[in-house]
Design a protein. Structure first.
Length: 319
């Protein structure tokens, strides 16, 4: 979020000190992220952590247990994982929102810099380690090839076709998306066709991060690869993650092959996830921009994110 939550710095520090086995010296608000308020937490020992106050009222604790298990049971360091509270819980309640303190990772995302082929090879190795952890970690969220944002996607298309008068900051995204309507309808139709096909197929599943997009992969200050922002982990075909490396697939698969012999990409699965991501992003950003009660700063942020998505996806070129 780009605006701060309704809690003072001192109130937040006191709450964290009461809940966690650390003494907080300072908090630094980061105006970033779409689903949470984010702070850098620095303890009196100068150790840094990352606090996320999630805007969703309910979050499955299984997600945070997964990250803890990947770190503790599978011995994987290249990810964010939660700091337990004094009572061993993995999240607390702040202002009615589920909140978690994670280890802090300094570095730059692929969205902020340009990783080398060697970096992408390391990402491939890390991804394969995580995928193979399905053998030792039982995570309950399994792929069913649903299209969860279909109704929101259709709501955005209906709005674009409705002949409404659009003024102000919403006029720009309206004019960007309206010429894409026919293309977006085809994307949904193709997605539904593949959905039926894949549901009747016998497929191998692995443990996926869910969205290792350029903003969610990071080369740390230590030169190591990291996967951050685990908002939607899922047990699914490996293509769910590998889709996001389609432009750098050669070095990624080179690294991937160090922990897995399965490096053949199923093009139908890859296409399904490509279409699903497009539908999800249009549904998400379209609803944030046109229907959510957002501040002007949040609307500008959503518009920037929509433009970044369109550049990355190539949808405008396909229209």
């Amino acid at each position: 979020m780009v605006t701060k939550p309704n809690i003072t710095q001192n109130e937040l520090i006191n709450l964290l000190n009461e809940s966690y086995p650390l003494q907080v010296k300072s908090l630094t608000f980061l105006p970033k992220g779409e689903v949470s308020w984010v702070y850098i937490v620095e303890s009196i020992e100068t150790t840094k952590y990352l606090l996320k106050i999630h805007k969703a009222k309910v979050l499955p604790v299984e997600r945070f247990q997964l990250l803890s298990d990947l770190h503790e049971k599978a011995g994987i360091n290249g990810l964010t994982y939660p700091l337990p509270t004094k009572n061993g819980a993995l999240q607390i309640n702040i202002l009615g929102y589920p909140s978690v303190i994670f280890n802090y990772i300094g570095g730059k995302t692929a969205h902020e810099s340009k990783p080398t082929d060697k970096d992408y090879e390391r990402f491939g190795t890390l991804l394969a380690e995580i995928h193979q952890a399905v053998k030792v970690i039982d995570y309950p969220v399994k792929e069913t090839f649903n299209i969860p944002t279909k109704d929101d996607f259709l709501k955005v298309l209906s709005h674009l076709d409705g002949g409404y008068r659009i003024d102000g900051i919403k006029k720009d995204p309206f004019n960007i998306l309206k010429p894409l309507c026919a293309r977006l309808e085809k994307e949904l139709s193709a997605l539904e066709s593949l959905q039926s096909q894949l549901r009747s197929s016998n497929l191998d599943f692995v443990l996926c991060q869910g969205e290792p997009s350029p903003g969610n992969i990071m080369v740390g200050n230590d030169g190591e690869p990291y996967l951050i922002d685990w908002d939607e982990p899922i047990v699914a075909p490996k293509e769910k993650d590998l889709l996001f490396f389609s432009h750098t697939i050669e070095p990624v698969l080179k690294g991937y092959s160090q922990h897995s012999s399965d490096i053949t990409i199923n093009k139908d699965i890859e296409k399904f996830y490509s279409l699903l991501w497009n539908v999800n992003e249009i549904a998400d950003w379209g609803n944030r921009i046109f229907f959510a009660n957002s501040s002007e700063a949040e609307l500008k942020h959503s518009l920037d994110q929509l433009k970044d998505f369109l550049d990355y996806s190539g949808l405008e070129d396909k229209a």
